[in-house]
Design a protein around this ligand. Structure first.
Ligand code: HEM
Length: 459
């Protein structure tokens, strides 16, 4: 009987290391215990097997409704922010039905209809940049991605309620942004309301304000009874289960909160990283501009979505420092063998997206940003897993990639930008996901297309 080994330090020490520097923690464990190790980093100190072996990842992600399950209740860390009833926290048939309901607007033609909106919102944010003044790229990208998701979810991006929601959501996610304040999510004992100035008190008050705005919007929609709207809230309100029952207000609220949270920070972080790498490596920027310029003055968003080098840049960005470091947990249903280990029912496993993407045997020189690797070979869905897989695969995958590409194309085609300084940028914990330390860019000019690219178009 062989189960994956792991660090012997007390669980509390392991959890604190995991909160403070998740990348160092995973690298150290990999080095000592190999690509399947058991660590105690859950808030209930339950052992969790970290997996970064593609064969094992395949077994987990293809078996997560048979040999494994992907229950929502193991995602309790998200509960204070998202409530009980959103996609991330629910399980089984209910989870499957809810996914089927929410997926279509984030795919195909309905997704592509957002192209224009994404472009316009990018222009709105770019118009605030001032020549020669360094600015935080995360801040700008978050403004874009939050406005985009608010539009998709509620179909609105104007008015007082929208404005307040934008400010409050940004601020509530900033409360849990640093590793220190992220500890509040991992240690329920720190979740004490000691007044408006205490970190948890502030979190709760801001969260309550967001909740009231969402409930007010739901109430207004019920009163209006408009059946022609195509936003996600309208879709959810029209849905009925087999017994003919509609979602309750609390269920609607939790689902909206899930989409707003999962759908904007992640994408904003990914675009921030992409802009960092593009400006860190001039040859990447040059090649990207050549590809973008070949599309003419007014490139079509569908064509942008299919550009090979832009796709490779986005893929490599999500490989090198994946925003989500782990998949959601899976739980073993009945005794099984996995790459030489015996796993008991009840064992909790997570795919380490970061360690999988850092495998030297799959990605030679894994610390280097090399988009070409995605042009030279295809990686299997168990070697490359920025959006997880199986029954909980990210429902926003296509949407996030589309948004990344449209925003990047818009910015790069319009502005000459440069990194504002040479300070090293590191990947760090940001709440329950990861992000770069502050990346600042500076606008050095409006972009003129090169004579060469204009000549290519003329041919
Ligand atoms: C670059 C951006 C994004 C990344 C890297 C990302 C990554 C992930 C990952 C790794 C998972 C877990 C998958 C698993 O356990 O197998 C996930 C789940 C999820 N994502 Fe994303 N995501 C991104 C953008 C989005 C967007 C734009 C939305 C909303 C439109 C979204 C909504 C969700 C939801 C609701 C789940 C839970 C699915 C479920 O429980 O069935 N994500 N995402």
């Amino acid at each position: 009987m062989k189960s994956p080994n792991g660090p012997k330090a007390p669980a509390l020490v392991q959890l604190m290391q995991w909160i403070a520097d998740p990348f160092a923690f995973m690298n150290n464990c990999l080095e000592r215990y190999g690509d399947c190790f058991t660590a105690r980093v859950a808030s209930n100190f339950r052992p969790m097997v970290f997996v970064s072996n593609p064969q094992a990842i395949q077994q987990i992600l293809t078996g997560d409704t048979k040999q494994f399950e992907a229950p929502g209740d193991v995602n309790g860390l998200f509960r204070p922010l998202l409530g009980e009833h959103g996609l991330i926290l629910i399980s089984g048939d209910r989870h499957r039905r809810q996914r089927q309901l929410i997926m279509p607007p984030f795919h195909g033609e309905r997704m592509k209809a957002y192209g224009e909106i994404i472009s316009d919102l990018t222009e709105q944010v770019m118009s605030e940049w001032k020549m020669g003044e360094p600015f935080s790229i995360r801040h700008s990208m978050q403004a874009i991605s939050l406005r985009v998701i608010l539009r998709a979810v509620f179909g609105l991006n104007e008015g007082d309620r929208y404005q307040q929601m934008e400010e409050l959501i940004t601020s509530v996610l900033d409360v849990t942004g640093s590793p220190l304040s992220a500890s509040m999510l991992f240690f329920p004992i720190l979740q004490q309301d000691l007044g408006a100035w205490s970190p948890w008190g502030r979190f709760l008050r801001q969260k309550q304000q967001i909740d009231s705005l969402i409930y007010a919007e739901i109430q207004e929609r019920r009163e209006q009874g408009d059946t022609n709207r195509t936003d996600i809230l309208s879709l959810l309100m029209a849905a009925r289960d087999e017994a003919g029952a509609a979602l309750t207000d609390v269920e609607l609220h939790d689902e909206l909160m899930t989409l707003l949270t999962a759908g904007h920070e992640t994408t904003a972080t990914a675009i921030t990283w992409a802009l960092y790498w593009i400006h860190k490596q001039p040859e990447v920027r040059a090649q990207l501009l050549q590809e973008l310029d070949s599309q003419g003055e007014q490139p079509d968003n569908n064509a942008i979505f299919r550009l090979p080098y832009l796709n490779a840049v986005c893929s490599e960005t999500l490989r090198i420092y994946p925003v989500a470091m782990l998949t959601f947990p899976r739980v073993v249903r009945s005794p099984l063998q996995m790459v030489g280990y015996d796993l008991e029912p009840g064992t909790v496993l997570v795919g380490s997206i970061y360690l999988t993407h850092q495998r030297e045997d799959v990605y030679p020189q894994p610390k280097q940003f090399k988009p070409e690797r995605f042009l030279e070979r295809q990686f299997s869905p168990y070697e490359y897993i920025p959006f997880g897989g199986g029954s909980r695969r990210c429902i926003g995958m296509a949407f996030a990639l589309f948004e990344m590409k449209v925003v990047l194309a818009k910015i790069l085609s319009n502005f000459e930008l440069a990194l504002a300084d040479n300070r090293p940028v590191k990947a760090v914990r940001r709440g329950l996901v990861s992000a770069p330390t502050n990346v600042r860019l500076v606008v050095s000019g409006k972009r003129q297309k090169t004579a060469k690219s204009l000549a290519t178009q003329a041919l």
